[in-house]
Design a protein around this ligand. Structure first.
Ligand SMILES: N[C@@H](CCC(=O)N[C@@H](CS)C(=O)NCC(=O)O)C(=O)O
Length: 215
């Protein structure tokens, strides 16, 4: 059995994506909390930069070898532990799942990430302006995600099976609420989220249940 160590932060949506996939596949990993704020941010410490040169979480260390970027980690877990599957068999359907993942991973999350918002603050933006700027990008991405979801009436993001897209969606919706995003017109996403939060892979990996959670 592989030795898995997850470096993450309780409130990091990208770390939560990985926790969902690990849990869904029945895997456990040792957890190393990386505090993104304290001490100027532990992600900038040399030992973190060594395993994650972007100075971000998550990083998964697999038998002593590190992988950063949550999507690369999720794909690694899917390929290494294919059952239960989180990607469909059909190449078109797989591409559609990856399309949804990328809407969150590259179309939304970077535009609400801590270091980007800190930069806007340092350029003189006040916190209300920063928050509403981030909220606009989140809402735009979530509306696109909802438009691209499989047929109306499907249980989850890409049909009736849980996929990597769902692991990206749920943490992003929680972040959306932190940024006071307007949820008008996003009810299909919320329905999918409610269904997913009844699944242990989502419910038991929630940020507030993490050992490094702070009030
Ligand atoms: N594309 C990267 C993004 C990672 C990322 O932005 N992580 C955030 C937490 S969700 C982070 O570490 N932020 C720290 C910072 O911005 O200083 C991934 O999916 O792993």
């Amino acid at each position: 059995m592989m030795n898995l160590i997850l470096h993450g932060y309780w409130r990091s949506s990208c770390s939560w994506r990985v926790r969902i996939v690990l849990n869904f596949k029945g895997l456990s990993a040792e957890y190393v909390p990386v505090h993104l704020v304290r001490g100027g941010g532990e992600q900038y410490y040399a030992e973190q930069r060594r395993i994650n040169p972007m100075a971000q979480v998550p990083t998964l260390v697999v038998d002593g070898r590190s992988i950063s970027q949550s999507v690369a980690i999720m794909e690694f877990l899917e390929e290494t532990f294919p059952e239960p599957a989180m990607l469909p068999r059909d190449p078109y359907q797989r591409a559609k799942v990856r399309q949804l993942v990328e809407i969150v991973n590259s179309g939304i999350q970077p535009l609400q990430n801590l270091s980007v918002l800190k930069r806007l603050n340092s350029e003189g933006w006040d916190s209300d302006r920063v928050q509403s700027w981030a909220a606009d990008w989140i809402r735009k991405g979530l509306l696109a995600y909802q438009d691209e979801m499989d047929s109306v009436g499907a249980q989850y993001s890409a049909g009736d099976s849980i996929t990597l897209a769902d692991a990206a969606l749920v943490p992003q919706l929680v972040n959306a609420r932190r940024f006071n995003v307007e949820f008008e017109g996003l009810s299909r996403l919320v329905e999918v989220e409610t269904r997913l939060m009844n699944h242990p892979a989502f419910a038991s990996t929630r940020p507030e249940l993490q050992p490094d959670m702070e009030k």
